[in-house]
Design a protein around this ligand. Structure first.
Ligand SMILES: [Fe+2]
Length: 303
C-alpha cells in the first residue's frame, strides 16, 4: 500500500479572519502568504501556505491535507482507497489552486471534516523567503515532518481509529489512557504517525467537545521560542488552556492557547520522530510528565 508521507497542510473554517491574522502573526510567529476577503493563507516555511483559514461560521477543522511525494504514489494510494470502498473524489484545478498544489483528491472523515490527498506543493519565490520577526531560534519544524499534528475529536473512537489506520494507513505510535486528567475527566487517546515519522500527525479520542478538532500543534526549533510565545500569550491576555508542561509519549514541551475559533493551539518544542524499524508501541497512564495544568474550565487537551 502506498503510504502518506506526512500532514502537509490544515484548513480551518473560521468566522473572524482579522482576529486569526493577528493571532497568527503577532502571537504564533506565522507569516501571511496571502489574504483576501474570504481566505487567509499562513506560511511557516518555504511553502506558499501551511495553514489555510477559510471564512465560514463553523470555527472548526475543515480539512487535513495529506501529502505524497510523487504523482504515482498519490494515484496508487487513491486506487487502493477505492478498492477499500472509500468514496474518493478527484478535485478539479480550482481546489488544487486554492491549496497551492498540483493535484488533490478528497474523501470524508467519519466525524465530518475532509481528508485531502495531494502532491506537488508550491514553494514561494526566494524573494519572499519565510521570515518571522518574532522567532529567535530558526523557525518551525516542518519540512518532511509536515505542518504539525492535529487532535481530532472522535464520536466513535473505534470507528475513527479503524478509519485512520486500516483505511488511510496511518500507524499507531502509542496510547494515553489517563483516568483522571482533571477531576472527573478521563483522557483515552490514540496517536498515529505517517511515513516520515513525526511522533503523531493525527491523534484522536473521545473528549467533551462540540468541535471536530481539539487542537493543532505547531513545533518550533528552539525551546526559547516556546518561552517567548508563552510570554506573548500572557502579555496579550489570551486564554491559556493548559500551562507549560511535557507529554510522556512525544516528549513535547508545550503550552496550549485558545485560538480565535475556540479550539486549542499547542505550541511545542522537542517532539520525537518515530523510526518504524525500532519502534515499540506503548501505553501511558498520565497525560503529562510534568506541568500542563488546566487553567481554563475547558475540555481536556491531549498530547
Ligand atoms: Fe498535541
Amino acid at each position: 500500500m502506498p503510504e502518506i508521507s506526512t500532514l502537509g497542510y490544515v484548513v480551518f473554517d473560521a468566522s473572524n479572519l482579522d482576529e486569526w491574522e493577528g493571532f497568527a502573526t503577532r502571537i504564533l510567529g506565522l507569516q501571511v502568504g496571502a489574504r483576501s476577503a474570504d481566505t487567509l493563507r499562513l506560511r511557516m516555511d518555504e511553502r506558499e501556505q501551511r495553514v489555510i483559514i477559510e471564512r465560514g461560521d463553523e470555527d472548526d477543522l475543515a480539512a487535513l491535507g495529506w501529502e505524497f511525494d510523487t504523482a504515482a504514489e498519490l494515484k496508487a494510494y487513491v486506487v487502493r482507497l477505492r478498492e477499500r470502498g472509500v468514496d474518493v473524489v478527484e478535485a478539479g484545478t480550482e481546489l488544487a489552486r486554492a491549496r497551492s498544489v498540483e493535484k488533490v483528491y478528497y474523501c470524508a472523515d467519519p466525524t465530518g471534516f475532509r481528508h485531502e490527498f495531494f502532491y506537488g506543493p508550491a514553494h514561494a519565490p526566494l524573494a519572499r523567503v519565510f521570515h518571522s520577526p518574532l522567532l529567535a531560534g530558526g523557525g518551525f519544524v516542518t519540512g518532511a515532518l509536515g505542518v504539525g499534528h492535529v487532535f481530532a475529536v472522535a464520536r466513535d473512537k473505534a470507528e475513527s481509529v479503524r478509519f485512520y489506520t486500516e483505511v488511510l494507513g496511518l500507524k499507531i505510535s502509542d496510547y494515553i489512557r489517563d483516568p483522571e486528567v482533571i477531576p472527573g475527566v478521563e483522557v483515552d487517546a490514540v496517536f498515529m504517525h505517517a511515513r516520515t515519522g513525526r511522533h503523531h500527525s493525527l491523534a484522536t479520542g473521545v473528549v467533551p467537545s462540540k468541535k471536530r478538532i481539539n487542537h493543532l500543534m505547531i513545533q518550533v526549533r528552539s525551546l526559547e521560542d516556546v518561552g517567548l510565545a508563552y510570554d506573548r500569550v500572557r502579555e496579550a491576555g489570551l486564554p491559556v488552556i493548559m500551562d507549560l508542561g511535557q507529554h510522556p509519549n512525544d516528549r513535547m514541551i508545550s503550552f496550549y492557547v485558545a485560538t480565535p475559533s475556540g479550539f486549542g493551539l499547542e505550541y511545542g518544542w522537542g517532539g520525537i520522530v518515530v523510526v518504524d524499524a525500532d519502534w515499540n508501541v506503548r501505553s501511558f497512564s498520565k497525560l503529562s510528565y510534568w506541568g500542563h495544568r488546566f487553567s481554563l474550565p475547558a475540555p481536556p487537551v491531549a498530547a
